[in-house]
Design a binder for this molecule. Structure first.
Ligand code: ATP
Ligand code: MG
Length: 195
């Protein structure tokens, strides 16, 4: 399998490629298609349900969502990464960082530190910065943001620029907003998610 990566994507290593369930996949385009089919199943699950914040803010729940999105394609769907990436914390600190994030989220919610959409986006940004999984962190963290927002306020949804973010002009705006969030300004990412 030969994969071409677009801007801001983390490469999949050889061990991780061993976990590919569909051996006929040989290009990034084919991989994208199979992943997309699986993700659509996860999206219909999301649209058909409501969520409670205590349920969402659990390590096992966060892993189960990644598994739901990628289980048809990768054997390691839902499992934390065991290799280093150009983004994210050292792999052996993932669980600890996620626990700290969950504590922060519970605190923000109980104290109403930020409005619901900002809490959901802070959660999303910290997840993708920790980089829990070998691949799919961008897509997983966006859906986790959607789920937390739905749990916090049934009447709000994110639209993420209303495009596929995997390539094109919107991706540049999205990546720029992520880098602003890395630098401490969360608002461009909140605005983009609502646009
Ligand atoms: N500087 C950054 N800070 C935070 N997150 C970043 C940064 N650069 C990239 N990212 C996120 O990491 C993602 C790449 O990780 P990964 O390949 O695991 O996700 P993906 O779901 O396969 O990608 P995509 O977001 O394109 O759907 C990027 O797409 C983006 O969402
Ligand atoms: Mg990727």
């Amino acid at each position: 399998m030969k994969l071409q990566y677009s801007d801001g994507q983390t490469p999949i290593n050889e061990d991780e490629k061993e976990g590919l369930k569909i051996k006929s996949i040989s290009t990034m385009g084919e991989l994208d298609q199979f992943e997309q089919q699986n993700i659509e199943e996860a999206m219909s699950w999301f649209f058909g349900r409501s969520f409670r914040t205590e349920q969402v803010l659990e390590v096992a729940f966060i892993q189960s969502v990644h598994k739901r999105m990628f289980k048809n394609v990768w054997t390691w769907a839902g499992s934390f990464r065991l290799s280093e990436k150009n983004l994210g914390v050292p792999y052996y600190l993932i669980r600890q960082n996620v626990q700290a994030l969950l504590d922060d989220c519970r605190f923000w919610i109980s104290q109403e530190t930020f409005p619901p959409e900002e809490i959901a986006i802070r959660f999303k940004h910290r997840l993708v910065s920790i980089h829990l999984f070998p691949n799919g962190n961008g897509r997983h963290s966006r859906l986790m943001g959607d789920i937390l927002l739905k749990a916090l306020d049934e009447n709000q949804t994110f639209t993420w620029g209303q495009k596929t973010l995997r390539r094109g002009e919107d991706r540049q705006i999205y990546l720029h907003a992520l880098r602003m969030a890395d630098a401490g300004d969360i608002h461009p990412l909140v605005d983009f998610a609502k646009s």
